[in-house]
Design a protein around this ligand. Structure first.
Ligand code: HEM
Ligand code: HEM
Length: 297
């Protein structure tokens, strides 16, 4: 593909995503209006009826790693968009520094979280596995979110939509890390005397499509598209985490004392509004169960 066509692709990507994002924001606003009209918002935010959870409290480490991800992805979006569209002058070296710092933390963080999920004594990877019951109950979960059904099946800590999103975050971060590192085309690595671009895309994609710089241009496009996927998915994730289970949100960020039920001493297992409990036959025997088994994306 010629440089001219690549430039056009970049312009189209900007047009598509800068149009799509406001549409998603409006859609979320309309969804919240649905919560108001169906009385869900009143029950939750006024009567303070949030799902009750029968799990042990979430461990501190995943909460801490999640918090770091949240901060770093925020910094990466901000600095990344600045690198592409410098919206004020003179900030380039600083914003690049921010991007390089946050990308390093995110990469270490991801490896740490994957180790926690699979390798630690309290591994929790099974909380995220999409099983057959998740697939068969998916239509009911979707119907709950679009207000056709008053409740959704409650199979475990996360529902099928949450699980799918959380699983998707992993390959997205890995591809983001690889395509990001592939953009480093100027510094030569000691000993092997190659740039990161040569190492990641130059030796295979370069010869296939003509040159390493063209391969880097492709990597930049993928990096930019995933940037927007993060922006879109995290926006929906935040909206649902607040609107579907604000109590779990407070607990997840160490603010559980703000939960009115704690203040009134009423915390404890009870019927969960919006949840239809379904006993899971294949209980997650050796895994940690979090306290905030909310049904948010
Ligand atoms: C996970 C590890 C990541 C690595 C290794 C990485 C690396 C990089 C590098 C090296 C650049 C080029 C910077 C420069 O020109 O000096 C860049 C640009 C950029 N990054 Fe990242 N990044 C990562 C994650 C992210 C994330 C999570 C986002 C957003 C969600 C993001 C968004 C961007 C954007 C929008 C650009 C500008 C691309 C352009 O010029 O068109 N990056 N990244
Ligand atoms: C302002 C930004 C964010 C907010 C307010 C937020 C909120 C939350 C909340 C409240 C939960 C708890 C769910 C529960 O157990 O009930 C959660 C879980 C989760 N979030 Fe976020 N989140 C944010 C950003 C992110 C980002 C950027 C990522 C990924 C890169 C992410 C990935 C996850 C994952 C994988 C989980 C499952 C729990 C775990 O990490 O162990 N979140 N989020």
């Amino acid at each position: 593909m010629s440089t001219l066509i690549l430039t056009q692709v970049n312009v189209w990507l900007d047009v598509v995503f800068f149009t799509l994002y406001p549409i998603v924001l409006v859609a979320l606003g309309v969804h919240f209006l649905g919560n108001v009209l169906t009385g869900r918002a009143y029950r939750r935010f006024v009567k303070w009826q949030w799902p009750e959870h029968d799990h042990a409290p979430i461990k501190a480490l995943p909460k801490f790693l999640h918090f770091q991800h949240l901060v770093c992805i925020g910094l990466l979006v901000l600095s990344g968009l600045y690198i592409r569209f410098p919206f004020f002058t003179g900030g380039r070296p600083f914003m690049r520094g921010v991007h390089y710092f946050a990308m390093t933390v995110v990469m270490v963080n991801l490896i740490w979280r994957l180790w926690f999920a699979y390798g630690s004594r309290v591994r929790d990877y099974r909380e995220f596995v999409v099983n057959r019951r998740d697939i068969t109950t998916m239509p009911q979960v979707l119907m709950y979110y679009v207000f056709i059904k008053p409740s959704k099946p409650h199979l475990g800590k996360y529902n099928v939509m949450q699980k799918s999103t959380y699983i998707l975050f992993v390959p997205m971060l890995i591809v983001q890390a690889l395509t990001g590192l592939a953009l480093l085309e100027f510094w030569k690595l000691p000993v092997i005397n190659m740039t990161m671009s040569d190492l990641i895309v130059g030796w295979w994609l370069g010869p296939l499509i003509g040159s390493t710089s063209l391969a880097v241009a492709y990597a930049r496009i993928v990096h930019y598209v995933i940037n927007w996927l993060f922006i879109l998915l995290v926006t929906i994730h935040v909206y649902l985490s607040v609107s579907e289970d604000f109590a779990a949100f407070l607990d997840f960020f160490g603010l559980g004392f703000l939960d009115k039920r704690h203040a009134q001493g009423k915390a404890g297992p009870a019927a969960s509004p919006g949840h239809t409990p379904i006993p899971a036959p294949n209980a997650l025997a050796d895994d940690v169960h979090g306290a905030t088994g909310s049904d948010l994306l």
